[in-house]
Design a protein around this ligand. Sequence first.
Ligand code: URA
Length: 258
Amino acid sequence: MSEEKAVGMVADSPPDTLPNTAPDRADLFEALDTIGNYFASGMRLTHVPEELLECLRSATAATAIAGEPASALGALQAKANVCSACMLSASRKTVVFGQGAPAPEVLVVGEGPGAEEDNQGLPFVGASGKLLDKMLASIGLSRNENCYIANVVKCRPPNNREPAPDERVACMPFLREQIRILKPRVILCAGRTAAQALLETTEGINKLRTRQHDFGGIPLVATYHPSALLRDESLKRPAWEDLKRLRELIALGQPANE
Ligand code: URA
């Protein structure tokens, strides 16, 4: 054997600092430090001690469950990616989980992915998505900075039909969990399907958009789906009124000196 030491072999028993109890975030950082120290000391890493690997595995899982939104979302997305709870899973190309800031001002909820979204794996990337981005920009919002975009169903309904009731029911736990993790300041429902699913009602969008709602303590605004605005220009004016109400709600939640 060369003069270099081999980590994980008899000559290099793990240091005393190696965490071996139930890991939390501090343990995760300690474990990462330990690996860094092995490298820094010039040791040759032939294998990482199993205790260290176990510590990293469980610390990462704990972080995903109780810690930061991004890792909790990642863990949820991993479940969605293998979901086969309804028939939509049979024809999807990708699971369109959602996209945006992990601690958003606004969560935008649409109906379900279309063809372009199914191809790219991202929500609202077709024509209606471009309009949605413009609408959000008109009140200072963007999916890159302060919004998260998701749908009621994560897989494309064939021929862009409406998601069937059983498909909605099967997929709603993902949206509910996204809301619990993201804790948006306000929810914007883009279209009837999203508003009806979250508010558990059969009322039409014309009525729903005229009132402010609440989803588990989070203010909820309903407006027309961008594809409806593309079909009917006359809906743009009322949709703008909805966006202004959304902007007011966001401002109400800001600290006075912001
Ligand atoms: N329409 C939706 O409701 N969601 C998308 O992601 C795209 C189009």
